[in-house]
Design a protein around this ligand. Structure first.
Ligand code: TMP
Length: 242
């Protein structure tokens, strides 16, 4: 399958990944607050979801179904939602120079539909290129906790969705998938040990993103000198999708 060309962009794309109950949604919010507090234009979003249409697909995907859901059906729904989300939210925000924080993205598809459901990784990667127009995260934080810890947290919190209710074995495969992907992409994917208290995990996050943030700030300053425009970091954008 032909890969669409990667587009020029100025923003920073950070994804947050991990098994159920790893704390990534809380960390996405904390990181968003931290970045806005430091004057960065930041868009917080999530997958599946992030646009009205994609949120409807999320509901279909996560609701208990009256019939078995084939792994391929699950994958196609996710890719449909992703295409919409990338076009409507992620690409425009990156083009404007914002920092996009996305609670789950392509690595979840490889971990859940690939490693855990057993769909072929190379097929998933091809379909994903179509769905994303080959946009890849600049940085992916993988929040790692033992499966028992994650599931216990999750089961004490919320209404459980169809995927939460999968077997422990399934969630073990998801975790192993994320760890394997992180091994394959050590530059992009950083594992954060997430069993500790929220504020300690949040500190680990800000330390991990610091070098990339410095490069992004320098690039923004150079851009604004060149164009004699105010730096895009001075913009304040809050994109609340939830
Ligand atoms: P969460 O974001 O609240 O954790 O729930 C989203 C669920 O969707 C979670 O169980 C993982 C699942 N999911 C996939 O199976 N594949 C994907 O590509 C994405 C983004 C999510």
């Amino acid at each position: 399958m032909k890969t669409p060309r990667r587009r020029a962009r100025r923003g920073l794309f950070i994804t947050l990944e991990g098994i159920e109950g790893c704390g990534k949604s809380t960390q996405t919010k904390l990181l968003g607050e931290y970045l806005r507090g430091h004057g960065y234009a930041t868009v917080e979003t999530r997958e599946p979801g992030g646009t009205p249409l994609a949120e409807k697909v999320r509901a279909v995907l996560l609701d208990g179904a009256d019939e078995p859901v084939a792994p391929e059906t699950e994958a196609f729904l996710i890719f449909a939602a992703r295409r919409q989300h990338v076009t409507q939210v992620i690409e425009p925000a990156l083009t404007k120079g914002a920092i996009v924080l996305c609670d789950r993205f392509s690595d979840s598809t490889l971990a859940y539909q690939g490693y855990a459901r057993g769909l072929g990784l190379s097929t998933l990667r091809s379909l994903n290129r179509l769905a994303t127009h080959a946009i890849e995260p600049d940085l992916t934080l993988v929040f790692d906790v033992p499966v028992a810890t994650g599931l216990a947290r999750r089961r004490s919190q919320a209404d459980l969705n169809r995927l939460d209710r999968e077997t422990v074995q399934f969630h073990r495969k998801v975790r192993a998938g994320f760890l394997d992907l992180a091994k394959q992409h050590p530059q992009r994917m950083k594992i954060i040990s997430a069993a500790a208290a929220q504020d300690r995990v949040a500190r680990a996050v800000t330390q991990t993103i610091a070098p990339m943030l410095n490069r992004y700030r320098r690039r923004g300053a150079e851009d604004s000198m060149r164009s004699r425009q105010p730096s895009f970091h001075s913009l304040q954008v809050r994109h609340a999708l939830r």
